[in-house]
Design a protein around this ligand. Sequence first.
Ligand SMILES: Nc1nc2c(ncn2[C@@H]2O[C@H](COP(=O)(O)OP(=O)(O)OP(=O)(O)O)[C@@H](O)[C@H]2O)c(=O)[nH]1
Length: 631
Amino acid sequence: MSKVRIYTIAKELGIDNAEMLSILDDLGVSYKSVSSTIEEDTVELIKGIIAEGGSRAAQSGAGASTEAEAAQTSQTQTPQPQTQVQPEQVAQAPATAAPAADSGMTAEELAELAALEAEEAAEQAATAARAELPHRAPVVTIMGHVDHGKTSLLDYIRSSKVAAKEAGGITQHVGAFEAQTSRGKVVFIDTPGHEAFTTIRARGANVADIAIIVIAADDSLMPQTREAIAHAQAAGVPMLVAINKVDLPQADPERVKADLTTINLVPEDYGGDVITVPVSARTGEGVEDLLEYISLTAELEDLRADPKGKFGGVIIESRVDKQAGVLATVMVQEGTLKVGDFLVVGENYGKVKAMTDSAGKRIKDAGPSTPVQILGFSEAPSSGELVASASNEHEARELVAQRQEQRRDEEEARKKPRLSLDDILGPLSEAHTVNLILRADTQGSLEAIQGILAKKETDDVKLNVMLAGIGAPTEGDVLLASTADATILCFSVVPSGAVKKAAENKEIDLKSYRIIYEMIDEVDRLIKGNLEPVYEEQYLGRAEVRMVIRHPKTGNIAGSYVTDGLFKRGAKARVTRGKEVVFEGTVAGLKRFKDDVREVRQGLECGINLDWDEVQEGDVIEASEMVEVEQ
Ligand SMILES: Nc1nc2c(ncn2[C@@H]2O[C@H](COP(=O)(O)OP(=O)(O)OP(=O)(O)O)[C@@H](O)[C@H]2O)c(=O)[nH]1
């Protein structure tokens, strides 16, 4: 029985890939990706379903609908889902006692539920609104080991996919170019390499939608291949593997695929979901397939942007031309950029005096996923800086002033560190993960270290080895660490002065070890630092209230005698009268005679302020404190 690729059959049937996957889900057919194959029988079944039209959901028995149907329904409905809860309903919810009784929920629970529903409805509305936006072209970056053919691949695509007329117009490198493929436009970032990619990310921008990892078929996985993969994974960008140089007699694409499995990237032929495409940048073999896979991946990513929305873009690169002045390449991400617009980058602004597309043609406006070179900045912005627009010069200046003020505030705040809830508890949304970049002298040491680390993970703290590389750490590692808040641990390799300095500048922990167990101790410390602290109540002491001193300002003070242990200011206090606990609170103040003191020991008299006016002679106050316990 022959098998057919999912995307091929989708194309044949004239439905998009997402819908095809949805039908397969309904039928309970398992697949890895759109390039997985399915049996002819299944294809016949799908053809039948499509011919029957709307009966698909019924046939599945689960009542599930495809995305296409969902989209149709949302179009026929009012824009806001019917279940949406209006804010005033949320506000009223706590007061509606009757439904609370009916549903068995408290008023608070009902309010919480209503708030959740409102949030969900708002999310649905946002998703529905987004689904109405037009698609945009994917932005692709090419990464891989030195000499594996990144530049050659870009050159091949540029020379074959940029219209000949326009190709003549390319006089200089602008950092990105647009290729026309049979499935539409694809934008390529023209500076290959993972450092360039992560430099942009380190400034807070994500410019590439898809990463192509180029691996030479005669060389297979090399140190920078692993680095490139780690950088793409850290960015959460989908990857396609281009196995290049397949024209060479010594090319061994199968070895590349087998090697990929050793770093947990399992190619489709091996039952995984990593798409590998054999190509030759020299002969052009496989390049069409690669472009096809790029478009398929983009389709699944459902890339959309609003050309009418607020403009947002990223600086790809900039340079100073002796005659023209500052030339900056901007990737338009949202909205439309027009000649005459005011742009704000960091704390500078400029006016777009002239704009050219990546083929060197003068243009007046540019929509999403368009790289443009603009003239108008007085200072060269850095790649990765975000670009915003302002409607006039006044607004641009105001935005710059706001940013300057914000920066000063942040600098001030940094000078006097204040603990936030996040500092104490850690960000609530994030699981505790320790990100590590490992560098060692040999593959053997790396494997030994990873073996030990795998046993260190606990349910509470996960270790994420973003990159395990042979050789000294690089500046690229420091960049990666800075975007992922990772620690770099080196075993038997030492960083160069430049890398050390880069780590210092970016405040990255970079440590070198000669003894594996010292390195593991460090990991233990990192794990410990990420564990939620566990506190235990510990008894401190007991005091008897012998008289109550009325105090108009601070409230009543319990004149007491410490019969056991000690009392501390700030300790927890529990007051018992006879056998009954009458108050629980804190020791707000502690006095010996007229002086405020931190603690009072057994056998001494003191004044205890509990911030509670009902204390009586004869009450017993017990003090305790919460102490962190070793785990
Ligand atoms: N036979 C063959 N040679 C190729 C192919 N692709 C690239 N090369 C050659 O491999 C060498 C390196 O190619 P580049 O494109 O410069 O590689 P790169 O990855 O951009 O290298 P760096 O920019 O130095 O990181 C050049 O001599 C290319 O001509 C290919 O598909 N087949």
